[in-house]
Design a binder for this molecule. Structure first.
Ligand SMILES: C[S@@+](CC[C@H](N)C(=O)[O-])C[C@H]1O[C@@H](n2cnc3c(N)ncnc32)[C@H](O)[C@@H]1O
Length: 207
């Protein structure tokens, strides 16, 4: 039986295969994760870094949910409870060489604080999967990119995510416009990597 409790398979469906590849392509030691939910990605990272000799993960979430979680009536305090239990098990298994920093709060505040703490250029991998609002995703992208070292990779989930039903779809409420804008504005500073309909990855070539 699994040691972990996840109520969805978002990570398995969207990220696991791409992250497996990323860990073979890149020497990853320091990871920034925006949007942890129940910690499926966080537990993967803890386990992966433990096997690779150690590393650091900074994970950011409000555990207040996005608009889509609140609309569907998800109990976010129960989600946070499962996150805490899952990561505690993963960290115990991993041992002392993996450092996990959990930052509870809005990503714009938390990422700006990391920049202010001289963490610009610190991370090998930044994964953006927090708020789906275009203005929030753009902010996470700009700050996440600043926190990424040259040669590091920034990844985005939910590239094709849209609100349902189609009649209420508004591009300002989805990540795509922000991801496209960020990539276009930084096209001379990134190399696009193998992506998928739901995820975009880019390697930082310069500041
Ligand atoms: C789709 S879930 C993340 C899923 C997770 N990456 C996984 O693979 O299981 C999005 C998360 O972003 C968080 N979130 C939404 N808006 C946020 C914000 N402005 N700052 C930080 N976290 C936010 C939500 O609380 C939610 O847990």
């Amino acid at each position: 039986m699994s040691d972990f409790e996840f109520t969805n398979n978002w990570f398995e469906q969207s990220s696991r295969a791409r992250w497996d590849l990323l860990f073979t392509e890149l020497k990853i030691k320091r990871v920034l994760e925006v949007g942890a939910y129940e910690g499926a990605g966080t537990c993967y990272l803890i386990n992966k870094l433990a096997k690779a000799g150690g590393g650091e993960i900074y994970t950011v979430d409000t555990w207040g949910g996005g608009k889509e979680h609140l609309k569907s009536g998800i109990d976010m305090s129960a989600v946070e409870g499962r996150f805490r239990q899952n990561i505690s098990r993963a960290v115990t298994k991993a041992g002392p060489d993996v450092k996990l920093v959990t930052l509870k709060g809005p990503s714009d505040f938390m990422l700006s604080a990391l920049v202010a703490q001289q963490k610009a250029g610190y991370f090998d991998f930044a994964y953006i999967d927090g708020s789906h609002m275009a203005s929030d995703v753009l902010c996470d992208a700009v700050l996440g990119f600043k926190l990424l070292k040259i040669g590091g990779v920034i990844g985005f989930d939910d590239y094709g995510w849209m609100e349902q039903p189609p009649s209420v779809r508004n591009p300002l409420l989805s990540p795509k416009l922000a991801i496209d804008s960020f990539i276009n504005i930084n096209i001379n500073k990134v190399t696009l990597l193998q992506s998928s309909p739901s995820q975009v990855y880019a390697q930082k070539a310069s500041d």
